[in-house]
Each structure stands twice: as structure tokens, then as C-alpha cells.
Design a protein around this ligand. Structure first.
Ligand code: PDD
Length: 276
């Protein structure tokens, strides 16, 4: 496997990561996961714009321009012969002796490589179970930071209870999933939490909102409560890797009639038309 390390492509075996990389010690950095369909990265510009925004928000100045990084990632996909899969990109603040504060002129460390990612066909067709959990993350969930400790704790809890996703609840309202955005449908209107500091504004979420608009489907970017979630006609999650996955049970109780909702199926199919 070829890995992009800063400006250079290297073999996986040759890559060395410094033990004093701040990403490794503090989770001091940002990341993106990009989906590749038939050798072409989907919404690459949108992912890179969010990557540069996240890094700016935490004061990391990339050593590559967005356009340079874009070309390197396209080369990485080509050199790995990646047809159907994902690309993981992360940038840490850099390498320095371990202390919390940092010198502002550190050189960031960039790493990008292919990660396995296949469309979760079964989950998309049959739907998945989810659990709810209190959203105890920090208040800058708009930054795609390497710090995913609470997300992974709840994802693991979901996994161990046989569920696919953990849905987070802050002050009684649904924010998002541990690695996805959450939508509900009630009386043919689609609801999702507004963008802002309480959620990561998913690229899939943005594409779906554009799709709803173009189809003339009623939608509202409006917070909704856990009670409303549990009484929804249909619930689904969206992310780069999951695309659109119906949620058919929450905390052990069925959503609607307990099978993938017909509107969700229509939305998933329309989304798949977009990525063709
Ligand atoms: N996760 N919310 C959170 C907290 C996420 O981690 C993700 C993505 C999303 C959906 O964003 P997008 O549609 O841009 O993928 C929402 C990625 C896939 C991950 O961490 O693996």
C-alpha cells in the first residue's frame, strides 16, 4: 500500500511516525474520510474545504495548498489502484517535545491512505438497530477533530448491545450519531438538527438537503426531541461510508412498523443516483 506522508508517497512498511507527534499524544489534529466510487473520489472538494476549515479553527496551517493536496490525493488513489473504497486523511499539529502548549510555527504532519470501505448493502436494505446516549462531547462538534473518545465509547456501547449506531441526545434534543447525521420523517416531512457547533455538518447531509430541495420534498433543519424521535414514522442516518441507512429500532423498540421505511428507501435510491 502507498501512503501519502506530507508531500511524498511511501510504501506502508517504510512509513515512520514520530512518538512525539501531537496527533498521537493529544489527538491534536483534524481528519476526513472520503469515499471513492469507481476510482473517483466523491465530493472531494467539499471534504477538502471542511478539512481546511477544521484545521483553521484549531490554528493549524497546512503546508500544502488545497489544490496541491487534491492532486496528491488523486495520485494516491491512482497509485493504489483504488476503485471502490475510502481515503483517510489526517493532519496533526506536528512533532514537538510533549507539553500541552505549542510553538505556533510547528510543521503539520499529513498522512493519507486507503481504508477499506464497502457500501453496507445489507444494512441499507434491512435497516439497523440504534441506541440513544447522552451527548457528553465538547461544544465544537463542527470541527472534525481527531479527538473521538466519547464517539468511540458510545459506538462501542452500541456495538456491544448489537446495535449499529449510537444516537446522541443533548438537553433532550437529538444532535447526531456517533459517526453520522440523523434524520426523522413525520407526516412526509424530513427533520434534521441544524448545522452549528453541536453537530458535524456532514457532506452527505448537505448533499441530501440539496436533493430534498430539488425533489420538492418537505424538510426542516430543526432540532427535535428524543420523544419525537421515538414517535417518528421513519428514521435514518447518513454518512460518507454508510450513505443512507434506515434505523428500524431504537433502544429495543421498533421505529414505525419496524422495517425500512418506504420514504427512506426512496431517499437512499435517489442518493445512489447522485453518486453514479
Ligand atoms: N464520520 N457526524 C459525525 C460525528 C461524523 O463522524 C460523521 C462522519 C458524520 C457524517 O459526515 P459525512 O457525511 O461528511 O461523512 C456526522 C466519518 C465517516 C468517520 O468518522 O469515519
Amino acid at each position: 500500500m502507498k501512503v501519502l506522508i506530507n508531500n511524498e508517497l511511501q510504501d506502508r512498511q517504510e512509513v515512520k511516525v514520530d512518538i512525539e507527534d501531537r496527533g498521537y499524544q493529544f489527538g491534536d489534529g483534524v481528519y476526513e474520510v472520503i469515499r471513492v466510487y469507481e476510482g473517483v473520489p466523491y465530493t472531494l472538494d467539499e471534504h477538502l474545504a471542511r478539512f481546511y476549515r477544521s484545521s483553521k479553527e484549531i490554528g493549524i496551517t497546512p503546508h500544502l495548498s488545497l489544490e496541491e493536496l487534491k492532486q496528491k490525493l488523486i495520485l494516491l488513489i491512482k497509485e493504489n489502484g483504488l476503485n471502490d473504497g475510502g481515503i483517510y486523511v489526517q493532519m496533526s499539529r506536528g512533532v514537538a517535545p510533549r507539553k500541552h502548549q505549542y510553538e505556533v510555527n510547528l510543521t503539520p504532519e499529513l498522512v493519507a491512505y486507503p481504508v477499506p470501505s464497502k457500501r453496507p448493502d445489507k444494512e441499507q436494505k434491512e435497516g439497523v438497530a440504534a441506541i440513544t446516549a447522552e451527548d457528553l462531547r465538547w461544544l465544537r462538534c463542527d470541527i472534525k477533530s481527531l479527538n473521538l473518545l466519547y464517539n468511540i465509547m458510545i459506538k462501542q456501547k452500541a456495538h456491544e448491545s448489537g446495535a449499529f449506531e449510537g444516537i446522541l441526545v443533548r438537553d433532550g434534543n437529538i444532535t447526531e450519531g456517533t459517526s453520522s447525521n440523523i434524520f426523522i420523517i413525520k407526516d412526509r416531512t424530513i427533520y434534521t438538527h441544524p448545522a452549528g457547533n453541536l453537530i458535524l455538518n456532514g457532506i452527505t447531509r448537505t448533499k441530501l438537503l440539496e436533493l430534498f430541495k430539488s425533489k420538492g420534498w418537505a424538510y426542516k433543519e430543526q432540532a427535535f426531541s428524543k420523544e419525537t424521535l421515538l414517535q417518528a414514522d421513519e428514521v435514518f442516518m447518513s454518512s460518507t461510508t454508510a450513505e443512507v441507512v434506515p434505523i428500524t429500532s431504537i433502544d429495543g423498540k421498533p421505529v414505525g412498523n419496524g422495517s425500512a421505511g418506504s420514504f427512506t428507501v426512496e431517499i437512499r435510491e435517489a442518493f445512489q443516483e447522485l453518486i453514479k
